[in-house]
Ligand binder design. Structure first.
Ligand SMILES: Cc1ncc(COP(=O)(O)O)c(C=O)c1O
Length: 452
């Protein structure tokens, strides 16, 4: 903790009960604090620092852009870097998603997508279509709209009286199916039970009132890398088509190689109407996020909406952030980080399965690429979880930090309140020796945690 010259600490901390180490610098997958302690960043910060720390060429690209034109108001002007990055991102996205709208954070990206869906229907004379359907145990951000659409019970609770009108369905967490079904029973049906629930909800509130459905393709912070069954997203796509509802896929965490694909949706072979992105697009070097919108929606905006999305903010399309994004995308490609995400992700999964045999606290392990999670259990053999008051995942992460490795702990895995999980998402630059080191440190942390 640092005090200023007036003897006070002036930072409004994220948590006033904590003492935060001061980071001096980062290199590769490590962060080093002012006292010289090294932390292996096994969560890429908040699953954002995909390129690792201290990549000088990204800093240099940002500095060059800042010298050239540090701020440009996108209501009046555009920049070359904006055009280049928009083109590069749309080339990575599914075929008809070709129009990139930039924001600074993932929350704003989802806020923009939710609002754009409402405007889309309104422009076409369907002004009652205003409701967003989201899922419990999902996270789309902290602004009022994105918080409303998300299903993070603990974050929503203080603001319940202020949230937007949204509706929620259960997530496709087959390992703990909310309907107590076995997947083999469900998969032979025309529609999975959790998709039937979406259709029932649409009919209940009336399709004429529903603007969009939003979900993460692989559930990140709220359930720890839960992958849906193969057919889930295509069935949801079909429902959205049937009821004229826009499908928004939130790739803020999963985009840009995190799951071994440019976007996780690639593996499910569908085209959403909007993809939102953030975090990894700049490798975490600058606040940058946005949404990629389909040709169909932009054509409609031009035809029925006077060509103008009624939205926007000062830092949307900030050239220095965009320069970080452009340099980051080149870095992903040159260093073949998607391949490495797949390769090291498979190796990490394999090592975690080995570790599971030695620890009763490791439950179900899942994930894709370098987005991997596991259920933290009191005892896997008796299928018991810790109590929420134990704050098990957080405790494990505190121990891990003492041992010099940082994970991404989560709670509320089962129903928003109960259950814990640990998310592991190191920079996509990680090598095999570093994966070994990561797993070794995790095993030490688990031993201490189980003893304590
Ligand atoms: C899936 C997902 N969507 C949206 C967000 C919000 O992004 P931001 O924190 O940049 O506002 C996050 C952040 O963790 C996320 O994981």
């Amino acid at each position: 903790m640092v005090a200023s010259s007036d003897g006070m600490n002036h930072v409004f901390h994220r948590d006033f009960n904590r003492d935060y180490p001061l980071i001096a610098y980062g290199e590769g997958i490590y962060l080093v604090d002012k006292k010289g302690k090294r932390y292996m960043d096994a969560s890429s910060g908040a699953i954002a620092a995909n390129l690792g720390h201290g990549v000088t060429e990204i800093g240099e690209a940002m500095a060059a852009q800042a010298k050239q034109a540090g701020f440009v108001h996108t209501l009046r002007f555009e920049t070359e870097v904006q055009h280049e990055l928009a083109q590069a991102i749309s080339q990575l996205a599914p075929r008809t998603l070709n129009h990139v709208y930039f924001t600074s954070t993932g929350s704003e990206a989802n806020e923009s997508a939710i609002k754009f869906a409402i405007q889309y229907h309104r422009d076409r004379g369907n002004s009652s279509k205003t409701i967003t359907i989201g899922r419990w145990q999902s996270y789309h951000g902290n602004t009022m709209g994105s918080l409303s659409a998300g299903g993070d019970v603990l974050r929503r609770t203080p603001y319940l009286a202020n949230l937007m009108q949204t509706e929620h369905v259960h997530s496709p967490y087959c390992h703990r199916c909310p309907y107590q079904r076995h997947f083999d029973q469900c998969k032979v049906k025309e529609q999975l039970d959790c998709v039937e629930e979406v259709e029932r909800l649409i009919q209940e509130i009336g399709p004429e009132n529903v603007a969009s459905f939003i979900c993460e393709p692989i559930i990140g912070s709220q359930q720890g890398a839960v992958v849906p069954p193969d057919s889930y997203l295509s069935q949801v796509r079909a429902l959205c088509d049937r009821y004229d509802i826009l499908l928004i896929i939130d790739e803020v965490m999963t985009g840009f190689g995190r799951t071994g694909h440019h976007f996780a949706i690639e593996a499910f072979k569908i085209e959403p109407d909007i993809i939102t992105f953030g975090k990894g697009v700049s490798g975490g070097y600058a606040p940058l996020a946005g949404m990629i919108v389909s040709d169909r929606l932009v054509d409609s905006l031009k035809k029925y909406g006077k060509g103008k999305f009624i939205h926007g903010s000062t830092f949307s399309g900030h050239p220095v952030s965009l320069a970080a994004g452009r340099a980051a995308l080149r870095y992903y490609k040159r260093h073949r980080l998607l391949d490495n995400s797949k390769k090291q992700g498979a190796y990490l999964l394999h090592k975690l399965h080995g570790l599971r045999d030695k620890h009763r606290t490791i439950g179900n392990i899942r994930g894709r690429g370098l987005l991997i999670g596991f259920e933290m259990m009191r005892d896997r053999h008796t299928d018991t979880f810790y109590e929420p008051t134990d704050r098990a995942a957080e405790q494990l992460n505190q121990i891990a930090m003492r041992l010099g490795v940082i994970f991404y702990p989560g709670s509320g895995t089962l129903d928003g309140i109960r259950g814990d999980h640990l998310l592991i998402g190191p920079p996509l630059t990680i090598n095999e020796t570093e994966v070994d080191e990561l797993v070794y440190r995790l095993s030490l942390a688990l031993v201490l945690f189980e003893q304590e």
